[in-house]
Ligand binder design. Structure first.
Ligand code: GLN
Length: 449
């Protein structure tokens, strides 16, 4: 009831696209009864969780904030959600996001933009903006987002909360609408590291429905607890701190924090990373290529939006449905992706980008041979004003410079809310560890926060 009231009094933020009011109350009552009568309670008994509108929950609408999925109802539940439910969670509603998770500001949604709760004229970040704001404004305890290139860490940074993107394959993608399948990962928003750790433990692990879900041992929340006196070795990329797009205040706060870490007995070292300028182009070539293929299924034949206009032939029918159903940013990406995959350009763009991805993975491995973690700012600037960037897609893409790296190489990354900008907005620091090393990542996070 408390959370439902909170949601009701903050409708203007546009964080939720649907609230499961009656269902959530019934579920809470049922959980109360099971505990009272059978003495059973799960790890997440009564924990109120919201889910980004790209995650399936059987019997509930699912739209990816797109017109093209208007009227669609999920026919199965995502493995991640299924596991939360098994442990007693209450799913309170579907959260607003950028259409098909494409964006960094939550302005590309068929439901309209989400507002940052700290300053309603500013964006919450994206694409999981609704989920971030829901945790920021206390509308639920935890929220699930998806992170293909920063969509959990970047809005967490803009909203002043914690956002974790686990390793690729850590959480099953079954039931997550695909944007770029070799990058996508379900992520978690929370206000404490322990909460995030518990949600991760609950959702992680192999899944018969997703062959990329890793059978590696599950990161246990208890392993994150306890005293930690270790001295860590941190690396940061020199080029990322010298980057001209980095806000000077963020740079100063980062370097100051690095100094504090050294004073506390840790090692912090700048390492060369000449590939930084290639990270964003590589990401946008590969993800748009994958998206153009993944989104070809939305043609209006079996499900979703169908144009009211009479079509002359099948091609015209597809064209009408897709032209009317998809928003501008999604169309831009489908066209970009189709272009880089087309014969004549395939080798120049797609193959090249795959080679760069390989190189990045090798280089990252070398860094982790010598260091426990890589640190960086999460985003080069704090939350901007609504509309400020909408006419400049390239500028918007460049804001992903620090986050896309972790998705390109499959490692876990977390944004920790550590700083405040003179604009009044919070900003965070990103920490990344090597693949499947979420336990050290979360332990470290507890030390830093
Ligand atoms: N901003 C990035 C993009 O638009 C990241 C999106 C995401 O992680 N889903 O692709």
């Amino acid at each position: 009831h408390y959370y439902l009231q909170q949601i009701d009094s903050t409708r203007h933020l546009n964080a939720f696209v649907e609230v499961f009011t009656e269902e959530a109350i019934a579920r809470a009552q049922e959980l109360d009864q099971t505990r009272a009568h059978a003495g059973i309670s799960g790890k997440l008994h009564g924990v109120v969780i919201g889910i980004k509108d790209v995650i399936s929950y059987k019997g509930h609408s699912l739209s990816a904030a797109s017109r093209i999925l208007g009227g669609f109802t999920a026919i199965y539940t995502a493995t991640a959600v299924e596991r939360l439910l098994l442990e007693g969670a209450i799913i309170i509603g579907r959260q607003n996001c950028d259409e098909f998770a494409m964006g960094s500001s939550n302005e590309n949604s068929a439901y309209g933009p989400v507002l940052n709760a700290l300053d309603n004229e500013r964006v919450p970040g994206g694409s999981s903006g609704g989920s971030a704001v829901a945790v920021q404004a206390g509308l639920c305890m935890l929220a699930l987002g998806s992170d293909t290139g920063g969509s959990v860490r970047q809005p967490a940074d803009f909203c002043g909360i914690i956002g974790l993107k686990p390793s690729y394959g850590r959480i099953s993608r079954y039931g997550l609408i695909a944007y770029a399948s070799s990058f996508d990962q379900i992520g978690i928003f929370g206000s404490s590291v322990d909460d995030v750790a518990l949600a991760l433990e609950t959702m992680a692990g192999a899944d018969d429905y997703d062959s990329t879900a890793s059978p590696a041992p599950i990161p246990l929340a208890t392993a994150v607890e306890g005293e930690d006196t270790a001295r860590y070795k941190f690396a940061y990329f020199k080029e990322s701190i010298d980057h001209p797009g980095l806000d000077p205040e963020i740079k100063a706060a980062f370097l100051d924090f690095a100094k504090k870490l050294t004073d506390a007995g840790h090692q912090v070292q700048a390492v060369d990373f000449e590939l930084l300028d290639y990270v964003v182009p590589t990401y946008y070539i590969l993800t748009t290529a994958e998206a153009s293929s993944n989104l070809s299924r939305y043609d209006g034949v079996k499900f979703g939006y169908r144009s009211k206009q009479e079509a002359e032939d099948l091609t015209a029918f597809y064209k009408q449905n897709r032209s009317e159903g998809f928003g501008k940013e999604v169309k831009r990406r489908i066209m970009l992706g189709t272009f880089v995959l087309s014969s004549g350009y395939y080798d120049a763009y797609f193959t090249k980008a795959q080679q760069v991805r390989q190189l990045l993975t090798q280089k990252t491995q070398e860094v982790f041979n010598c260091f426990d973690a890589i640190i960086s700012p999460t985003v080069p600037s704090p939350a901007f004003r609504l509309g400020e960037m909408s006419n400049d897609p390239i500028e918007m893409f460049l804001a992903d410079i620090y986050t896309v790296f972790a998705n390109l190489v499959g490692i876990p990354g977390i944004s920790l809310p550590l700083f405040k900008h003179t604009s009044g907005m919070p900003f965070g620091m990103q920490v990344m560890t090597s693949q499947m090393n979420e336990v050290p990542l979360l332990r470290l996070s507890k030390r830093l926060i």
